[in-house]
Design a protein around this ligand. Structure first.
Ligand code: HT7
Ligand code: ZN
Length: 861
């Protein structure tokens, strides 16, 4: 497959101001007639043909201005000669939505029809210049059997509808806002809506609907309320008002990603719509709120201002992730949300940045754009914009975003346009900062300090590691919030922002007393790795006293990372080992006893670094990560904590269990309740199995039930099988909860997890055709370090088999499994050889999709 280069961008030769689509809908046969008004683009080179992209389509008829056209195919694309400056092109195609297992374009899901067009799905519906810089006003007519498709939805507003005598009906929709084809959407099915109007800041009433199957209606209130909160927040915080009188969200159970921001008609994975306390955890509620907000915020950052080309994806995705993170911080509390977001960044993006698939947030090339919907483009993209916000301050940043929206409304813009608007609007010089858009790799900042009189000389050095295709890097501006505390005086220093723009620089900071302890990258102002050798006592001091809650949790993480990596690599003496363990237990004890902490924050402080994050920390320089040693060290520490703090954890569990479901403190209580079980289970499995079973039996909500079952799943005890069976029996008709049932087992600490996953793949509820179900079993397993990295290589083999089996069905989802095997270079030699061997086996297997081919070949380079 060809490589597409960012530098090759050229404007399209034709404008397509208007599109008229006519759909004759059927589950196995849908006819599409597309009429395109085209005009020569004065800003592009002269063209005497138009290239209309297609993917697996055959044109049934092609006319230009009503006469048969002299068209030809070039691969999958349709080439039509055009002589004048303006024409009307009409093309007819026919598609089979039921045969569409890729879930891109128009497809059938649970008896309904829906679309997914981003990035390049529209070309599977009709021939079209399927690129984000071609913006058109769409008028769409849908026609189909009323009994099968009683509801017909499209972008914009319904302008006409009617019934026919033959049992069919039709509806016509018009979207007044010009949009690229990737934002087109259509839904036809038997749906019901939960509706509530929202009144915008200018007093317009917007009809908001959440469309679902009848049996799911009772679980849609949270989504609807989240939508209203998002609309209100975007008005207040970013000055953005919604621009149509209708906002429709439809939930579908077969979906490749989380959701899609189609103009006025979002299509959502049911996972991010449906929630009630009996079937969804607190984390699920948060995810629904976050994804609803994310898609809503795209209405401005993505739809009103869209992307010029797919290399600019982070323009809409990075910015929108930042916007949804800020929204959730305001809804749920800044510190806990920030800790969660940084945990996700470290678990998903840092490994990507350190591996063969590393790419800048604005990539320079791709073969298959679906492979670039990554944690780098999304999450690091958000961090890069967050850094601009930190440097500008909230008000000046807002002036920058206002200018960006004003300047580029209705346009297909670039990342450079965004940076320039922030420069002009916020008054920042971002000349050097632009490197964050072009350089991949997570910068490492090393810290050293020296007391000089009543100041501290803080020397910071940055290196940006080499990444594929980028051997040499330049220093980038790194904004870091710092404070210098005094351990001896128990005094907290004032915070200030320093920007490290050079390879090395010394900053002079005021001391707050003797024995200075530097608190750095507070609030995680920059997505970097801080390298420093801080005394254990200093970390304990920061964990207990830092006034930045993020820095507190960070100090505890640093303490645990140092201890666990040291233990796993065998570099600690017995004394160091014992002292490290005692320090961590002491810090945990303080967190458990600290009455000033709420449980939501306590729950964060009680979380050990994940094994994937520990792999990253262990794999530095020549040293490789040893998954077996990391797992043993982490489990050992959990057991030590559980046994040393058995009384405190038992008391915490009892206290938290007494908090009722709807108490404002309930969420935090549920979080620490299961955390307590996790440590107790590591120390005393027998007793904890009883306690977990009690929690399961007494649960009046999914958070407690799932938490208890998660702990039980890792234990070899009768309670495990009994509760797993009860859980399945209770929820067998609820697909999202059955997904949980698969995931709990695939993620479990049980020694037989590989055999259990193999058996689950044979379960009648398992299918390769539903992405949620595939992810619930296999993505969970690929994220289970103990099972996936089993020294036998069986875990690797299983995931490679999944990639091969899934690739012909759903290449996008198949390709998403490749990165787990692609990390082989950072793993110890025996496992690395097994992982690489599986990648080579996939490569040798013959015809691979463009998606999987690109990921596997890059992983082997
Ligand atoms: N913008 C949406 C991207 C998306 C997508 C991309 C490729 C294939 C399927 C997809 N479904 C949705 C989601 C978002 O970031 O809001
Ligand atoms: Zn998005």
């Amino acid at each position: 497959p060809p490589v597409i280069l960012r530098e090759d961008y050229r404007p399209f030769g034709w404008l397509v101001p208007e599109v008229r689509l006519d759909f004759d809908l059927g589950l196995t046969r849908t006819r599409v007639r597309a009429e395109l008004t085209v005009q020569r683009n004065a800003r592009a080179d002269h063209a005497d043909t138009i290239r209309l992209n297609g993917d697996g389509l055959k044109p049934l008829s092609v006319t230009v201005d009503g006469a048969a056209a002299d068209w030809r195919m070039d691969g999958d694309d349709l080439i039509v000669p055009l002589r004048e400056d303006a024409h009307l092109i009409a093309v007819e195609t026919e598609i089979d939505p039921t045969a569409n297992t890729q879930l891109m374009g128009l497809y059938a899901s649970g008896g309904m029809l829906c679309t997914q067009c981003e990035a390049e799905g529209f070309r599977r519906i009709t021939f079209f210049p399927d690129r984000p810089d071609v913006l058109s006003v769409y008028t769409v007519r849908m026609h189909g059997p009323k009994a099968v498709f009683p509801i017909l939805l499209c972008n914009g507003n319904r302008v006409a509808e009617g019934d026919n005598d033959d049992g069919t009906h039709w509806a016509e929709w018009n979207d007044p806002w010009p949009k690229p084809s990737y934002l087109f959407a259509l839904v036809a099915g038997d749906l019901v809506a939960n509706s509530k109007p929202f009144v915008t800041c200018s007093g317009r009433e917007v009809e908001c609907n959440i469309w679902v199957r009848k049996e799911d209606l009772a679980r849609t209130d949270h989504a609807l309320e989240s939508l209203h909160r998002s609309m209100q927040w975007d008005e207040e915080v970013f000055g953005r008002e919604y621009d149509l009188d209708l906002y429709n969200i439809v939930a579908v159970s077969d979906f490749n990603m989380g959701a899609m921001e189609n103009k006025g008609l979002n299509v959502f994975n049911t996972k991010y719509v449906l929630a009630d306390p009996d079937t969804a955890t607190d984390a699920d509620f948060d995810a629904v709120e976050g994804v609803i907000a994310h898609e809503y915020f795209h209405n401005w950052s993505g739809n009103r201002v869209t992307c010029r080309d797919w290399f600019q994806l982070s323009l809409k995705e990075g910015f929108t992730v930042l916007r949804d993170q800020l929204f959730s911080q305001d809804m749920r509390g800044e510190a806990v949300k920030r800790i969660e977001d940084v945990r996700i960044l470290r678990a998903a993006q840092f490994p990507e940045d350190a591996g063969p698939l590393a790419h800048p947030i604005r990539p320079d090339s791709y073969r298959e754009i679906s492979n670039f919907y990554t944690a780098t483009v999304y999450n690091k993209g958000a961090e890069v914009i967050r850094m601009m916000r930190s440097m500008a301050g909230v008000e000046r940043f807002r002036a920058g975003t206002d200018l960006y929206f004003d300047r580029h409304d209705g346009e297909a813009a670039t990342c450079e346009d965004f940076v320039r608007a922030i420069e002009d609007g916020a008054g920042l010089d971002l000349a050097q900062f632009r490197l964050w858009y072009s350089q991949a790799g997570t910068p490492r900042v090393s810290v050293s300090q020296k007391v000089e009189g009543d100041s501290l000389e803080l020397t910071l050095r940055q290196t940006v590691p080499a990444t594929p295709g980028q051997p040499d890097k330049q220093p980038m501006p790194i904004p870091l919030r710092v404070a210098v505390h005094s351990r001896a005086a128990a005094a907290l220093g004032a915070e200030q922002l320093v920007v490290l723009a050079e390879a090395e620089r010394t900053f002079t900071l005021p001391l707050s007393g003797p024995d200075p302890v530097v608190s750095i990258n507070r609030g995680f102002t920059a997505p970097v790795v801080i390298e420093r050798a801080l005394d254990r006592e200093d970390l304990v001091f920061l964990a207990a006293h830092d006034d930045d809650p993020f820095a507190r949790s960070e100090a505890l993480q640093e303490l645990a990372v140092g201890h666990l990596v040291g233990t796993a690599s065998g570099t600690l003496s017995a004394d160091q080992q014992a002292a490290g363990e005692a320090a961590i237990i002491g810090a945990f004890r303080s967190s458990l006893a600290d009455a000033a902490l709420d449980d939501a924050m306590r729950g964060e402080l009680m979380m050990l670094p994940s094994e994937t994050y520990l792999f990253e920390a262990m794999a530095t320089g020549e040293r490789k990560a040893d998954p077996g040693a990391i797992h043993a060290a982490r489990e050992g520490l959990k057991a030590a904590i559980g046994s040393a703090l058995a009384d405190e954890l038992g008391a915490l569990h009892a206290r938290a269990s007494a908090v009722p479901l709807d108490d404002p403190a309930g969420r935090g209580a549920r979080k620490v309740k299961t955390q307590a079980l996790v440590y107790l289970a590591a120390a005393d499995p027998g007793r904890t199995a009883k306690l977990a079973a009690q929690q399961y039996d007494a649960a009046d909500n999914m958070t407690d039930r799932q938490g208890a079952l998660m702990v039980l799943c890792g234990l070899d005890c009768p309670e495990r099988d009994e509760r797993l069976a009860a859980f399945h029996a209770r929820y067998k008709d609820n697909a999202l909860v059955v997904d949980k049932w698969f995931t709990l087992q695939a993620l479990s600490l049980h020694p037989d997890v590989i055999a259990q996953v193999r058996a689950l793949a044979e379960h009648p509820d398992f299918t390769m055709r539903n992405p949620n179900r595939v992810r619930s079993l296999y993505m969970a397993f690929a994220g289970n370090p103990q099972g996936f990295h089993d020294a036998s290589g069986e875990g690797y083999r299983m995931i490679a088999d999944v990639i091969l089996a899934l690739d012909p069905i759903n290449p996008q989802t198949a390709a998403r499994f490749v990165p787990s095997l692609g990390r082989w270079r950072r793993i110890e030699p025996a496992r690395a050889a097994l992982m690489k061997g599986e990648l080579e086996r996939i490569m040798a297997a013959g015809k691979l999709s463009r998606d999987t081919f690109e990921q596997v070949s890059r992983s082997l380079e």
